[in-house]
Ligand binder design. Structure first.
Ligand SMILES: C[S@@+](CC[C@H](N)C(=O)[O-])C[C@H]1O[C@@H](n2cnc3c(N)ncnc32)[C@H](O)[C@@H]1O
Length: 307
């Protein structure tokens, strides 16, 4: 896969070989294994509420082999949502081989993509987050399908790396600017989204693929989405917006570009996002899977924006 990306299966080994300086910077931070989550060790203060719903982030968290930084507690995509998105993309793009997760964080999305596609690439500007993704991918048995790239998206995008790699789809869950995002009446996608506004971000993604998905705040300004769709893709272009709920709670919206998504006819067997709330500490992952299959509450609705 070339020298520029690290295979998740031997992340630390490759990092040490290719960039001893970065390796030496990372090692003291992970030396005490203090990113490893001991599931039953209660977290306090502002992290308590995230710890309480830890099974919704990673159903395998009781393995005590899931790794997270403090930032990841706030930002990992809940597993049921990540799984739904991966299956939805697979249903729309059945022939796709590879998908790029631009802000991969702790691998919430990347891992589920790797369950559906032979190759999943993850990019992040924090080496410790890439390390968490690599570790977490092992727990889910998909580390052999994941390749990781360190750096800021701005630089990586300019390098043209993923254009050369011929990626079939680009997904991104960019930072929303912290929990404050929900206090805005309407979330401004040009000034609040990080690291750059939605137009610049999309421009960089469309260079790589016409199939693009963005996970955005539920209060995002849809007029901005319409305007930027028109500006970048022409007056008749479309964007499909999916409102996603988890356990009755609106988690955000997923905006999708590309005919495979905008022309996709809903098939209720594929688009149900199942209820997996109310976990108790004693539930095994098998029980959780049973629950998912038996529950069928429809948890999303979508509509299309014409450009
Ligand atoms: C919302 S989190 C993504 C969570 C991820 N989807 C998951 O489920 O684990 C956003 C991530 O973007 C990374 N990030 C922030 N600025 C970045 C940049 N300029 N380039 C690449 N990654 C960046 C952060 O380190 C963080 O891990």
């Amino acid at each position: 896969m070339g020298k520029k990306v690290y295979h998740a299966s031997h992340f630390l080994h490759t990092l040490k070989k290719r960039s001893n300086k970065r390796y030496r910077k990372l090692v003291p931070r992970i030396a005490d294994d203090n990113y490893r989550i001991k599931s039953h060790e209660r977290l306090h203060g502002k992290l308590f509420k995230y710890w309480k719903s830890r099974h919704s982030l990673f159903s395998k968290i009781d393995s005590n082999q899931i790794y997270m930084t403090e930032e990841l507690w706030y930002s990992v995509t809940p597993e049921v949502l990540a799984k739904f998105l991966a299956k939805f993309i697979k249903a729309c793009l059945p022939e796709a081989n590879s998908i790029l997760d631009v802000f991969c964080g702790g691998g919430g999305n990347t891992i589920q993509f790797a369950m559906e596609f032979p190759r999943a690439y993850g990019v992040d500007s924090r080496m410790d987050h890439l390390y968490c993704t690599a570790q977490n991918a092992k727990v889910y048995g998909v580390d052999d399908r994941i390749w990781l790239k360190y750096g800021t998206w701005d630089k990586i995008s300019k390098s043209g790396l993923f254009e050369k790699m011929k990626v079939d789809c680009v997904f991104a869950s960019p930072p929303w600017g912290g929990p404050e995002y929900s206090k805005q009446n309407v979330y401004d996608l040009e000034s609040s989204l990080q690291p750059v506004g939605v137009t610049e971000l999309l421009k960089s993604f469309f260079k790589i693929s016409s199939n693009v998905l963005l996970f955005l705040p539920r209060n995002s300004d849809l007029h901005q989405i319409a305007r930027t769709t028109r500006k970048l893709l022409g007056p008749t272009a479309k964007c499909r917006v999916l409102y996603v709920k988890d356990n009755g709670y609106l988690k955000g919206i997923v905006c999708m570009w590309g005919v495979a998504f905008t022309n996709y006819q809903e098939d209720t067997t594929l688009v149900e996002l199942n209820e997996v709330g109310n976990h108790t500490d004693n539930e095994s992952s098998e029980q959780e899977e049973d629950k998912e299959v038996s529950s069928s509450e429809k948890q999303y609705f979508s509509y299309d924006i014409d450009g």
